[in-house]
Design a protein around this ligand. Structure first.
Ligand code: ADP
Length: 500
């Protein structure tokens, strides 16, 4: 049976056509049982394509392909410089197809085309290039113990890595995952999110064109409880890397524990505090704070969703912040000045609206937004709540939408306590002109990333990941190489005396 074909027409003109099959062994194939599922345009809720739906059996076929490639044509069989060359070729092909991949991403996810092009897909290429550079810099160590022996530590690939990614940055999460894994010589079975499988499929064409051997990268579309769970439970996957909700992250860890104890890294949710001191540059703080929560329609695990403003500037801050939030352009992702498109799905739309309702019911003040935008699709007006009880649902839980709660604070010690009073610890931000205050505060915040006088800055070179229930391990930077490799210690006897 032939796999489905995806044929897209973009609202701003142009078309794209590629396979909607499972990408296994460098071929696009139908699911074993022939199943497919619909991909929906979140701007109007209409179906745009059908793609193959992987079952546990398909996952197994993909794992076998990945294992064979690891043993025969990748891993320690291919020198690092060669892996790096292939990654550079892939980055070049992504750059050559930037407009098309950005349009696919925008149509499938709902993010603005200009942002998909200028940020998401540009960063995809930058991340792949960054890890291409690491591929031949995997130097081991010689460890000094005593002169009778030589102790060598080398970093070897894990083997077959399962990777499960979310829908908020479909292409970028794909790059964050495959870059370090491939640089270190692993093979991959990656599952995209069921809401947004398309950009990865287009990039699979480019992986093949770049010349990666068959079976090195295998990408499947499918649902979490079936294909995702099959990856997490598989006995021949050596490591699983997951980005998504804390709830599912817990399931991944349990599945790893009850199967083969595969290594696990998790990048999970957040409810990140964003702190504005009275001495901050107000315009700068307002601009970055609006960006901090509303970028990507609030669908960022590191979104600055709890803003804390020092009491003496609170009224002034709020007046300007309201204005800034109201000025955000919500609408068609393919129109030039759009900043915010639709939420990704009906389910996410419903979840966010339920949070907004609960905020109203629990007595918070709705300053702006709180309603649907337009007549169709999953658009929500950027929403600001104040007078929020920190223990209410909107005060504590990750909303993952364009909804921010703003608190005021007076006392520094109390502020730190409140900012850290969360099960999460992914990110935080501090706005102040006083470098000592900013750094003292940054040091006291329980978060894997703290931004000072900015927000949402992510670079391939800089590690990213969570304290507390926001995750396990780090992505990006040199740190990610460690989670895609394992050290082997080799003890060599030079002239140690026989032990007995
Ligand atoms: P969201 O609720 O925002 O969709 P999820 O954490 O459910 O976030 O999804 C992130 C990724 O995890 C997706 O690729 C999804 O298919 C996958 N997933 C969901 N449930 C499971 C599960 N039980 N096991 C493995 N993967 C899952």
């Amino acid at each position: 049976m032939a796999p489905p074909t995806v044929s897209l027409s973009f609202p701003h003109g142009g078309k794209s056509s590629f396979s909607g099959g499972l990408f296994i062994n460098n071929e696009f194939v139908a699911a074993g049982d022939g199943k497919t599922f619909a991909v929906v345009n979140p701007s109007d809720g209409k179906e745009i394509a059908q793609v193959a739906e992987a079952s546990a059996k398909d996952v197994d076929v993909a794992v076998k392909a990945a294992r064979k490639a690891f043993n025969e044509s990748w891993g320690l069989n291919v020198p690092g410089f060669k892996r790096g060359q292939l990654l550079i070729k892939l980055a070049e092909l992504i750059e050559a197809n930037l407009e098309e991949i950005a349009a696919i991403e925008s149509l499938d996810n709902g993010k603005a085309f200009s942002i998909a092009k200028g940020f998401d897909i540009t960063e995809v290429a930058a991340n792949i290039r960054y890890y291409a550079g690491w591929a031949d810099k995997n130097h081991g160590k010689v460890i000094e113990v005593d002169s009778s022996k030589l102790h060598i530590q080398r970093q070897e690939p894990m083997g077959v890595c399962g990777q499960i990614i979310p829908w908020n940055f479909p292409a970028l999460m794909f790059a964050w995952k495959i870059g370090p894994a491939l640089a270190m010589g692993n093979t991959i079975v990656l599952k995209t999110a069921e809401q947004t499988p398309l950009s990865a499929l287009k990039m699979c064409e480019l992986i093949k064109e770049a010349g990666f051997p068959p079976g090195v990268v295998n990408v499947i579309s499918g649902f979490g409880p079936v294909a995702g769970a099959a990856i997490a439970n598989h006995m021949d996957i050596d490591k699983v890397a997951f980005t998504g909700s804390t709830l599912v992250g817990r399931n991944i860890l349990k599945a790893a524990a009850s199967s083969n104890l595969k290594k696990v890294t998790l990048e999970l949710g957040g409810k990140s505090p964003n702190i504005i001191f009275a001495d901050a540059d107000l315009d700068q703080a307002i601009s970055w704070s609006a960006f901090g929560i509303m970028f990507n329609h609030g669908q960022c695990c590191c979104a600055g969703s709890r803003v804390y403003v020092e009491e003496s500037i609170y009224e002034k801050f709020m007046a300007k912040f309201d204005e800034k939030i109201k000025s955000i352009q919500v609408g068609n992702p393919f129109e030039g000045n759009t900043f915010q498109g639709p939420q990704v799905s009906q389910l996410q739309y419903d979840r966010i609206m339920a949070y907004i309702d609960s905020g109203k019911k629990e007595g918070a003040t709705l300053r702006t937004g709180g309603i649907r935008h337009g007549q169709e699709g999953y658009f929500i007006e950027p929403t600001v709540f104040t007078d929020v009880n920190p223990d209410s649902k909107i005060g504590r839980e990750e909303i993952f939408g364009p909804v921010v709660v703003v608190h005021k604070f007076k006392d520094n010690a109390d502020l730190i306590k409140k900012a850290n009073d969360s099960v999460y610890g992914l990110a935080a931000a501090v706005f102040s002109r006083d470098v000592t205050r900013a750094l003292d505060t940054a040091n006291k915040l329980q978060a894997g990333t703290v931004w000072v006088n900015c927000y949402n800055q992510l670079n391939p070179q800089v590690p990213f990941g969570g304290f507390k229930q926001s995750g396990i391990g780090r992505e990006l930077g040199e740190a990610a190489l460690a989670s895609y490799s394992q050290s082997k210690s080799i003890h060599v006897n030079l002239h140690a005396p026989n032990p007995m």
